[in-house]
Ligand binder design. Structure first.
Ligand code: CA
Length: 101
């Protein structure tokens, strides 16, 4: 049964089990018709050339339609990002949204 096949491979991480170099670091190895691929964790995207999940730089303009931080500087972190309020601004209740102090 197809579902069982999928389940049996889901969650493999060791390179020798996965059949992919580095074994889907920052992701989950899944079996597909073509062989194996990596289902990357949130905040990561698959780099097809190296078949590894690499951090998404959320602070880059082309990633988000909207800049993720309001009145703040965007700092890219591994698997995520954070916003550092500009001088004279403090973090509001809205996530990643700074308001005038
Ligand atoms: Ca990031």
């Amino acid at each position: 049964m197809n579902l069982w096949r999928y389940e049996s491979y889901a969650g493999l991480s060791a390179a020798e089990d996965c059949g992919i170099l580095h074994g889907c670091e920052n992701g989950r190895c899944i079996r597909v018709a073509e062989g194996y691929t990596c289902d990357c964790y949130q905040g990561y995207e698959l780099d097809m050339t190296s078949m590894t999940c690499i951090d998404i730089n959320e602070c880059e303009d082309d990633v988000s339609v909207e800049f993720p931080c309001a009145n703040a500087r965007c700092v890219n972190t591994e698997g995520s990002f954070r916003c550092v309020c500009r001088r004279g601004y403090i973090m509001s209740r809205r996530p990643n949204h700074c308001v005038a102090a």
